[in-house]
Design a protein around this ligand. Sequence first.
Ligand SMILES: [Zn+2]
Ligand SMILES: [Zn+2]
Length: 336
Amino acid sequence: MSQPSDICPDCGGAQAPGALNCPQCNRLVHAEELKELAATATQAEQAGDKTAALAAWRRGLDLLPPHSAQYAGIRERVLKLSREVDAGAPQRAGKGIAPKWIAGLGAAGLLLWKLKFVVVWVVTKAKFLALGLSKSGTVFSMVLSLGVYWAAFGWKFAAGLIVSIYIHEMGHVWALRKFGIAAEAPMFIPGLGAFIRAKQYPADPREDARVGLAGPLWGLAAAVAAWLIALATGWQSMAAIAKIGAWINLFNLLPVPPLDGGRGFRALTRMQRIAITAAMFAAWFLTAEGLLILLAIVGVVRCMQTAPESGDRRAFAEFLFLLAALSALAAIPVVV
Ligand SMILES: [Zn+2]
Ligand SMILES: [Zn+2]
């Protein structure tokens, strides 16, 4: 592994500490490491692991001067792989098809087989959520935050709030890692929420929207789960957690950077923005939730700004879905 030094080993010229290339002969300071990363990425691509390939290529980008031809080439590659990850990994042969003996069990067997995928999906997500709790900084900041909310709202509500915020943030981490972006588990800021540190930026507005909207999507799932528990048990604290969780996620849909909604809007055309802003007004009209009029007003401002010519349909659909579901959930009646 090459260490950056102040003297270029090729031409003997001086170079600034931390420079990525020699100003005299253009030698790449991290040439060796870049070669290794390229080998790792190519190997991962051949093995079909696009996420690992993306992670290696992105680390390579960090070591290249942004104006170099190599940088441009790798960036193209990252964008191509990222779009492929988005489109979904091609199913390995036989993976999605039930074995013969399952099919022989008839409809009940097939239902169980389908259910197996749901169970695997839930278990994978749950394992991932547990993983974030192995980081001491996350847990420590979480406990601090819990104390603050506890003093303000009582422990039940405080715990529900923390879990909701945590799941929302881990949605971002999940999406970031899917695109090979190194990201750590969230840190909580008592009284304010939480944030995650990512080592790289998303490659384009589409990827940024995917990562941005993943938080509210996971947050919505958490709020729905709390609401279902409330319905099943009649436990009003859970209903309150569902309602405030939906409200917080709705707030994050404010279409202004760096909030999640702002990242979603980046990928939308003007017409798509107008449609979502109209939906915000409609949701406000239906629920009388004051937050929605704020969203709509900010939406109007964003409709007047420059927007991309071709929009991202998935970001558009996700945004509308989140808006509808979160508005409805934020409007549920809660007896306290
Ligand atoms: Zn040199
Ligand atoms: Zn978020």
